[in-house]
Design a binder for this molecule. Structure first.
Ligand SMILES: [Cu+2]
Length: 350
């Protein structure tokens, strides 16, 4: 029995270290490092109540495992198996790993499957709630999307961290995954976000708000909330296009390389070719050379994607985590000559 007290927190600490390392991309998930760090502190504190020899042994075990994990992470990145380096351990241990109020397990979960969970499926998550002020539109008519983000005290949030160059990213897509739009609303002083929006065709549409809220105490929470919008009228759903690794938009051909695997974080490289066959000069767009959104067919789950800040051999690289087998639609926004375009791909994950 005496041995189990130090061992249990040791596993918790190691898992925390894995998540900390996995979240080192320079974006919203930085918030998770804070959460992980404070939880580690609490667990170490609990461990200090056991006898000295056990504490010392725990320190050695933790130190060794953290080192092993950090080394493993480097290899895991190369192999595209970052999520698989997590040291094993009962999830009951992680159940004790507490989160600060208002932060959920969305980005790091209780195991590697949860870490890849899709977002945007709920109107309320991680302590924040999306409150649309307009939900019905007339197909083809210019209108405005307006909403607020409320905190746990039902107050409109007015502090947001800038992530990928913007404090708020809104994605709108029809439920058959057609008609993708990527918008950046502006916020009024009362926390009301608004952006011009035209739903070109009738049907049910999905709107996602992707943001990092900043609480009164400065704590940051990255989440994606989703809500349906409706444009009444006849709706003829479009078949999802067949999976393909190439796509054309205007005079540009875009090809991607990479194989998405359920539960793993893998690199996916996009290469843009102009009409003359040459690589066009890609411009920075939203803090990187491209912006990628991935949505799951069936429930329109919104996936975590991390861009690489600089091109890799002329390609735009993203780290993509898909939670399950199935079909996904990828939307790559890239910019050349001052014009942003979107290339779309269907990916079938086995
Ligand atoms: Cu955006």
């Amino acid at each position: 029995m005496a041995d189990q007290a130090p061992d249990a927190p040791a596993l918790g600490v190691v898992r925390t270290a894995v998540r900390g390392a996995a979240d080192q991309e320079p974006d919203a998930d930085a918030a998770d490092e804070v959460v992980g760090a404070s939880a580690t502190g609490r667990e170490a504190g609990a461990a200090s109540t056991v006898p000295d020899r056990a504490t010392l042994r725990l320190a050695l075990v933790v130190g060794g495992l953290v080192l092993a994990v950090l080394l493993g992470f480097g290899l895991g990145r190369i192999n595209g198996g970052g999520a698989s380096v997590a040291a094993g351990g009962p999830d009951s241990v992680l159940a004790e790993h507490t989160h600060a109020p208002g932060t959920g397990a969305h980005a790091h979960g209780t195991d590697q499957d949860a870490a890849a969970e899709a977002g945007g499926l709920a109107i309320s998550s991680d302590g924040y709630t999306l409150r649309p002020l307009v939900a019905e539109f007339v197909a083809g008519r210019a209108s405005e999307l307006r909403f607020q983000i409320h905190d746990g005290q039902r107050r409109a949030v007015t502090r947001f961290a800038v992530v990928h160059d913007k404090p708020m990213h809104v994605i709108v897509v029809r439920r058959d995954l057609s008609g993708y739009q990527h918008l950046h609303p502006t916020m009024a002083v009362d926390g009301t976000w608004s952006v011009p929006l035209t739903l070109p065709t009738s049907g049910i549409w999905r709107a996602y708000a992707d943001f990092t809220a900043v609480a009164d105490d400065g704590r940051q929470t990255a989440t994606t909330l989703g809500v349906d919008l409706v444009a009444p009228g006849d709706y003829v759903p479009r078949e999802l296009p067949s999976p393909a690794t190439t796509s054309t938009v205007d005079s540009f051909a875009v090809e991607y390389r990479g194989v998405a695997r359920p539960g793993l974080t893998v690199p996916v490289d996009f290469r843009v070719t102009g009409a003359d066959g040459a690589d066009p000069a890609l411009e920075r767009h939203l803090g990187a050379y491209g912006h990628l959104v991935a949505l799951r067919e069936g429930d329109l789950g919104y996936l975590h994607v991390h861009p690489e800040a600089e091109p890799v051999d002329g390609a735009i690289r993203f780290w993509l985590t898909v939670p399950t087998p199935g079909r996904y639609r990828l939307y790559l926004d890239f910019s050349t000559g001052g014009v942003a375009r979107t290339a779309e791909f269907t990916v079938s994950v086995l």
